[in-house]
Write a protein that binds this ligand. Structure first.
Ligand SMILES: *Cc1c(COP(=O)(O)O)cnc(C)c1O
Length: 394
């Protein structure tokens, strides 16, 4: 080890004031994923090839869809979905401010204008009853987010889209496993988009996918995923070099075999990990039963939550104090999210201000995501509960 490296290591340890007793998230990728990646390394194709295609087949099968397309992010999946549906400059897309910034950025990347509609105070999902009045002649699509893993009420959303001739694209980054009244992501929309970012329920570091039942749309999306090229490396491997062409303007959003190899073994564990998170959620509910100043997102009848994030709402301006308590106790936590319209770029560019979307703002000031992942030790839940109760009362 050279001197600069060891130096760097020492500095990092010294500068690391946070000793994390209770981490927010830990991945549990290990021997199976390593061996799966090892198989790819033994073969000739590191980029998009058979391993990606196998992941796509199995992912589509899991979600009961005709097609899945593996990409390098959910942001890219949403961007491509908008492009493939011919949504761009001059068009408006209705979405929620209570989300990760990527949802809004994808709309901007496509050249369209995001139109926010406030959220339901009980769930944090887009308030479907308020959408109709935001629809104009320019509206082309709705891009809802299944916040924390609760599927939006897709039937009324789909009805609004049918009635107004709008496209429907789902940001299902939190919701691979979720259902509502038997509806799953992609059942009632043009595409559903997923993220395999480092802390998502399925993870390969960075990655994404979309699913669709529309075969024409799928063909378009497949071209857009890789520069618009009519032949790929996998084709060359199979049939030798053939001249290729570019018929449409495309992007560089393809997933490679290495990332797909990390994901494949996780598909077999998806239901088991969901059960584990369900158990941990129940333990949290018990440990935090009747704690004052703490509100749980409501889970409507008929909803099967994907249990991605465990978010609670801390009332009476207590969130900041709790965050500080967590930092002192070495407990990881996150704020999901500060509403997008209050981020500086969006305030400066679009003139958004405080008060524009009051429900999202209230939830954004109250929300705290607690440590939550399938292999989380039970004891950590009691540590978190103890610190919460000390601040919140009881
Ligand atoms: C993580 C996330 C995204 C972005 O996913 P990437 O794969 O990082 O592009 C989009 N929307 C939501 C709600 C997310 O949580």
């Amino acid at each position: 080890m050279d001197a600069s490296h060891s130096n760097c290591k020492r500095k990092r340890q010294k500068g690391n004031a946070l000793i994390m007793n209770v981490p927010f998230f830990m991945h549990d990728l290990g021997a199976e994923e390593l061996s799966s990646v090892g198989e790819v390394l033994k073969g000739p194709i590191l980029t998009t090839g058979e391993t990606v295609f196998e992941f796509e087949r199995r992912f589509a099968q899991y979600l009961g869809k005709k097609h899945a397309l593996a990409l390098n992010s959910c942001t890219g999946a949403m961007h491509l979905s908008l492009l493939a549906l011919d949504i761009g400059p001059g068009d408006e897309v209705i979405t929620t401010p209570m989300t990760f910034v990527a949802t809004t950025l994808a709309i901007l990347e496509a050249g369209a204008k995001p139109i926010f509609v406030d959220v339901e105070p009980e769930t944090g999902n887009i308030d479907v009853s308020q959408i109709q009045k935001s629809i104009t002649k320019k509206t082309k699509a709705i891009l809802p987010v299944h916040l924390y893993g609760l599927l939006c009420d897709m039937k009324p959303l789909n009805n609004i889209c049918q009635k107004n001739n709008l496209r429907l694209i789902e940001d299902a980054a939190h919701c691979v496993e979720g259902k509502r009244d038997g509806i799953r992501p992609g059942d009632l929309s043009d595409t559903a988009c997923f993220s395999f970012y480092a802390t998502k329920n399925l993870s390969c570091g960075e990655g994404g996918a979309l699913v669709t039942n529309d075969s024409e749309l799928y063909k378009k999306l497949k071209l857009l995923r890789l520069h618009g090229m009519t032949k790929t490396a996998a084709d060359r491997h199979k049939e030798g070099y053939k001249p290729w062409d570019v018929e449409v303007f495309g992007w560089k959003y393809n997933m490679d075999n290495i990332h797909a190899a990390l994901l494949l073994p996780q598909l077999s564990k998806i239901e088991r990990n969901l059960s584990k998170r369900r158990e941990l959620y129940q333990l949290y509910r018990q440990a935090l039963q009747d704690v004052p100043n703490l509100r749980w997102p409501v889970e409507p009848q008929g909803a099967e939550h994907a249990r991605h994030l465990l978010a609670v709402w801390l009332e009476n301006d207590l969130r900041e104090a709790v965050l500080q308590d967590f930092i002192k106790a070495g407990i990881g936590a996150m704020v999901n999210y500060t509403p997008v319209h209050l981020l500086t770029y969006f305030k400066n560019t679009f003139g958004f201000k405080k008060g524009d979307f009051p429900v999202a703002e209230k939830l954004g000031s109250e929300v705290l995501s607690l440590p939550f992942y399938p292999t989380m030790p039970e004891a950590h839940i009691y540590t978190v509960a103890q610190v919460l109760k000390k601040r919140l009362g009881k």
